[in-house]
Ligand binder design. Structure first.
Ligand code: SF4
Length: 384
């Protein structure tokens, strides 16, 4: 299994975490991982994509579960692929017991634990996840994400989204420590590479023992998505921070493995000292999600590309446009954007700042995007 090892002598002394037969932390070579965008219950498609990712060099492959059918499909998938399997519990931490026997790692998002069983404490839910993982020899990832930080941390850290993410991650480490569970890693992801660097540095200063999974979430389309990811990884890995990586790109299913080949290339470049000069990321910023099993219309990737092409004329303006693949996470993940689009089966929802503008057909939304962008630019030019 191909792995890269940039600057192993300078890596932080994190503890060892074991995910199936993959070692993370404690100086183990940095592993590259990726995620399937297929419906997990479509076992043929998911097994094929898992193999594609593994063949490209993914040491770990993540799949999502949304319901019991997905959970049941994992048993069959386990028998058909030979790679460390990770399951993303999303809001469905209650499926952990069903899926744990078939996977090597469970990822939970602390910001998604309050959606169900609201009377139960977060500490109690984390303890249960730790116990299930321990019983089935699974690792855990505490996956903190900028778009879904638990509300109490946002309230406690106004105007400091990085502080909110770090505080949340530290608290969850302590909950797992108290339960006596050590086989876990942490990730702190944002779509802004600068925030990814700051969050991971601040976390590593407080918990140098905990291995870190690095990623720039919703980095988007090529080539900008790769550039944003490189910027963050160069700055972190060269400082010894990071034990496993994922490159999150918006790609069609048959090119999903490029996340892995690009991840390895970034690691090789850092190892060889081939650093790109840090590009100026001011100006138009298009973020788009890497897609996953929740995408309801495969036209999403094409739409993201069309938005990029349509808006090229505005490259010098500081405007952020977010294009997301689903109706579950789309509304929240577009909150910080000037224009936000998220996809449903037949319609694309559009908002400008916090104002919802409506749902448009895939063939009509671009016209509205163009007119809203023109009006945003006019406003900015007036204020300049
Ligand atoms: Fe998946 Fe939706 Fe997140 Fe895109 S925004 S990666 S489709 S959950």
């Amino acid at each position: 299994m191909p792995v890269s090892d940039p600057g192993s002598s300078q890596r932080n002394a994190t503890r060892a975490v074991r995910v199936g037969n993959v070692a993370i932390g404690a100086g183990a070579p940095l592993s590259v991982q990726s995620m399937c965008a297929t419906k997990t219950r479509d076992v043929d498609a998911t097994a094929a994509q898992t193999r594609l990712l593994a063949d490209a060099g993914a040491a770990l492959v993540r799949v999502a579960v949304d319901n019991s059918r997905d959970a049941e499909a994992l048993a069959e998938l386990r028998g058909r692929v030979d790679v460390a399997l990770v399951v993303d519990l999303q809001e469905h931490y209650r499926l952990a017991r069903e899926v744990a026997p078939h996977v090597d790692k469970l990822r939970y998002n602390p910001g998604h634990l309050h959606h169900h069983e609201r009377k139960r404490s977060i500490a109690d839910k984390v303890a249960e996840l730790a116990d299930i993982a321990g019983e089935h020899d699974c690792a855990l990832r505490v996956g903190v994400n900028c778009g879904s930080v638990a509300p109490e941390y946002d309230e406690a850290h106004p105007r400091d989204s990085v502080g909110a993410m770090v505080a949340c991650a530290i608290d969850h480490c302590e909950l797992l420590d108290k339960r006596g569970f050590e086989n876990f890693v942490v990730s702190l992801k944002d779509s802004d590479p600068k925030k990814v660097v700051e969050a991971n540095q601040r976390f590593a200063a407080e918990r140098p023992d905990v291995p870190l999974h690095l990623g720039v979430t919703e980095a988007g389309l090529l080539p900008q998505g790769e550039i944003k990811t490189r910027v963050a990884f160069e700055q972190l890995i060269s400082r010894g921070i990071g034990d496993t990586i994922r490159v999150s790109l918006t790609l069609p299913n048959d090119r999903k493995h490029e996340e892995v080949t690009i991840g390895h290339q970034i690691l090789r470049d850092i190892e060889a000292g081939r650093f790109r000069s840090v590009p100026d990321l001011s100006g138009l910023n298009i973020i788009s999600c890497p897609s996953c099993s929740r995408v309801e219309n495969s036209a999403f990737v094409e739409l993201a590309e069309q938005v990029r092409d349509l808006t090229g004329y505005a490259s010098q303006y500081d405007v952020t446009i977010a294009v997301m693949g689903c109706r579950v996470n789309g509304p929240g993940e577009t909150d910080d954007a000037d224009l936000g689009l998220w996809c449903g089966p037949r319609h694309v929802n559009l908002k400008r700042g916090s104002e919802k503008l409506g749902a448009f057909g895939y063939d009509e939304v671009l016209v509205r995007v163009r007119s809203e962008l023109d009006s945003l630019i006019a406003e900015k030019s007036k204020g300049a």
